[in-house]
Design a protein around this ligand. Sequence first.
Ligand SMILES: NC(=O)c1ccc[n+]([C@@H]2O[C@H](COP(=O)([O-])OP(=O)(O)OC[C@H]3O[C@@H](n4cnc5c(N)ncnc54)[C@H](O)[C@@H]3O)[C@@H](O)[C@H]2O)c1
Length: 307
Amino acid sequence: MRILITGGAGFIGSHLVDALVDKHEVVVIDDLSTGFKENVNKNAKLFVTDIRNKEEIFKIFRDEQPEVVFHLAAQINVRRSVKDPAMDAEINILGSLNLLEASIKFGVKKFIFSSTGGAIYGDTEIIPTPETVEARPVSPYGCAKLSIEKYLHYYYVNHGLRYTSLRYANVYGPRQNPHGEAGVVAIFLDKMIKGENPVIFGDGKQTRDFVYVSDVVDANLLALKHLDIVDIFNIGTGIETDINTIFKILNSFFENKYKEIHAEAMPGEQRRSCLSYEKAERILGWKPRIDIETGLRKTHEYFKKKI
Ligand SMILES: NC(=O)c1ccc[n+]([C@@H]2O[C@H](COP(=O)([O-])OP(=O)(O)OC[C@H]3O[C@@H](n4cnc5c(N)ncnc54)[C@H](O)[C@@H]3O)[C@@H](O)[C@H]2O)c1
């Protein structure tokens, strides 16, 4: 199959490219704003292009004729989206619309979207949170992801473009960029390997649902396999882990030499986040396979070699 992956030079996208290149023709679109050329598998064809550039995007679709699109390219920084909602919308809404319009025009069979579970529900009492809880995002980033899910429905109903939207929890693993705002695991590991003590914001009892990158890739592969399934799925573990626990597990890889240091809490930070994956298991046959200790160990091994 001819497959187009946007954001294929990034953390999650590059792992997805690796999983698909052996069996498919893979084309990558990435502007390398947070991704890296060296992440892109040599058997994939890379176009260094911004998804906001409609003309270029249409040309690539016309020349490459992809049958399936995995859309991962995004402005992923929640705090940046708060500072500049219009910039976030330009990339995450208007850029995505360029891809959707091109998909219609050039006969794409299915559009698989990387959405967010962590930033789409807002604060909710129902934990683990199922998809039936109303999405009420509290950041422009979350609003943009939700609006693309609405557009996906529109394009499906009016143009027959099938889609799957995957709402990821907090993804971690090799190749995550430690210099971004996202990714506490990458940020802590980067510091610890360099001999610096990481800092925990607030009391560290805020929880997240940490899902390992290979499990997220598996969810994308299942969305591809089930071409006819048009739906929205949470992709998380259903397990809440607090930041202090992440720190403790990582610290154990360094003979517990670091101190648990806390700084002032980030204003407006969500207290709890955890997704139910019951629907993905029931319909896609997906479930997470890598537990947090194993995932953190694998991530540590990667960063140790890299830094
Ligand atoms: N990492 C997580 O925890 C997480 C959680 C929920 C959802 N997601 C979503 O998964 C997707 C991948 O995220 P990631 O963590 O791999 O981040 P990432 O920053 O590593 O990957 C994003 C990629 O998109 C590219 N990109 C950004 N803006 C672009 C533009 N205008 N045109 C073309 N390319 C552009 C970047 O260069 C990068 O390679 C994103 O859509 C993100 O919103 C990630």
